[in-house]
Write a protein that binds this ligand. Structure first.
Ligand code: SIN
Ligand code: MN
Length: 205
């Protein structure tokens, strides 16, 4: 059995198939109001291989001119992000051990060739709340390491319905998605993977 670094909690099959379908319905509703778009890397403007959208008071985004940041509106429609679905607020209550609600839920869509380089989640103003993440659709190879990019990493599969929590010592660990295992799940009719990431961005009042 693989042992995970401190502060990394992986719960395989946290959501059963019926719950995954319900989450997918919620996320389709979010994407209908706040369409998925291709984010750009800071400075170079290079397109990322994933598509993204958000729900919540704040959404994470990146573009050539202004880089990584949170903002309250969709970069293309200019509208406020839709609310975080109840089911995800309930998840946060169940697993975050944090006494205030999440402010941001980043929705990432990976097609079969998309990936995500090693990075830290550090655009938030506070790091005392965990990052709570849900995987839907095709499996991926997830990597998590230390507090520096060059640290040793461990790799494991995240499958549809899995929960991953990065909290405490895990909160600022480098992590990324090495590859998608295409055709491993039929939740999304045309394949691919969705990751949902709940975060607290600012300190509570
Ligand atoms: C991310 O760290 O931004 C995404 C992680 C994932 O897709 O599981
Ligand atoms: Mn991340």
């Amino acid at each position: 059995m693989l042992s995970l670094p401190n502060g990394v909690r992986h719960v395989p099959g946290y959501f059963d198939r019926e719950e995954q379908e319900a989450l997918l319905t919620d996320i389709r509703q979010v994407a209908a109001e706040a369409p998925l778009y291709v984010p750009q890397m800071p400075r170079t403007g290079k397109s990322m291989s994933v598509r993204m959208t958000n729900c919540g008071a704040l959404g994470w985004l990146t573009d050539k001119e202004r880089g990584y940041r949170y903002q309250g509106t969709h970069p293309i429609t200019g509208k406020r992000w839709p609310a975080i679905p109840e089911r995800l607020l309930a998840l946060w209550e169940q697993v975050s051990h944090y006494p205030h609600p999440p402010q941001a839920c980043l929705v990432i869509f990976y097609d079969s060739s998309a990936k995500m380089g090693l990075h830290q989640d550090r655009d938030e103003e506070v790091f005392d709340a965990p990052v709570v993440s849900v995987s839907l659709g095709d499996a991926c190879l997830f990597r998590v390491g230390g507090m520096s990019r060059s640290g040793k990493t461990v790799s494991f599969r995240l499958e549809s319905g899995d929960l991953l929590v990065l909290g405490g010592e895990g909160r600022l660990r480098y992590h990324g998605v090495g590859r998608i295992y295409s055709g491993t799940c039929d939740l999304l009719k045309s394949g691919g993977r969705i990751n949902l990431t709940l975060r607290r961005v600012t300190a509570p009042d």
